[in-house]
Design a protein around this ligand. Sequence first.
Ligand code: DAH
Length: 339
Amino acid sequence: MPSWDELKTQLETLQTAAAEKLAAVDSADALEAWRIAYLGSKGAVKDAMARLKELPKEVKGQYGKTANMMKNALAKAFEEKKSSIGTAAGPTGPLEDVSLPGRSPRIGHVHIITQTIHEISDIFGRMGFEVVYGPEVEDEQHNFVDLNIPAHHPARDSLENFYIESDLHDEAMLRSQTSTVQIRIMENTEPPIRIVAPGRVYRPDTVDATHSFMFHQLEGLYVDEGVTMVDLKTCVDQFCKAYFGDDVQTRIRPSFFPFTEPSAEVDVLFHYADGSTRWIELGGCGMVDPNVLESVNIDPEKYTGWAFGLGIERMAMRKHNVPDIRMLFESDIRFLKQF
Ligand code: DAH
């Protein structure tokens, strides 16, 4: 049996060798290899500890104690090495790249229809029109009666309109056209009147690629002495060129509306990349019917006027190549963020 001195020397030799090897370790891989060789479950320290059970009683106590101290010392040295290697191998500065641009929060923007309204209002503003707004909850007087649309007219059918209950009016409805704003303005304003009124209108249409139960119109109204249809044609043409571009052409063709006489439809001719052209209808217009002027106490012998009502979605969809009106209202960020 080995003497305590011999045993002690063996333990010291082992510890010295282990410490020297650890000092030479310079990478995480080498450190791991060292750990397996010395502190692992089949490592040298384990082996040295395992000898304990074959040793005679006289040396057992001392051997166990010394071997344990060695084990603890090596484990401690290992931990120190581990943290020094970790620091040496890793970045020494802050762990994030502070020179990278930050992630900015997603900021929303104005909806394409609102942008269109702003743009259109701007153009008419430059032509001397004031931008005004009217209520969306209306009464039949403003939506129909004063616009020369009598009781029993098909446009007043309950299947064509959203009649609602409201504290605001006895016979309340969601306005079906922005022409209501013509009446509201003329009721309270002396000519000359030159306004545009953008806003939502509601009709119980079946929703498809070109119809929606809610959409936007831009109403225009010009009342003064000596106003003629020539002004109307010029104004619409100027507006379309300003909004769509100089290469568009406009035309007005005869139509019928109860509140205008004569009435017309406004079409715009678009040129496509493949060389083809197409007339697109933007809305209605005409000379304000004398009955309408009378209903708001404007003397039709003294004043004349013209009006128009254009579809805002139509204009926006044509300008931005949007194929389906539903895309405008589905609130899909991927669609909306393009504008
Ligand atoms: N209000 C009509 C509609 O919704 C459009 C319209 C036509 C408005 C002629 C007008 C106009 O001001 O003069 O179909």
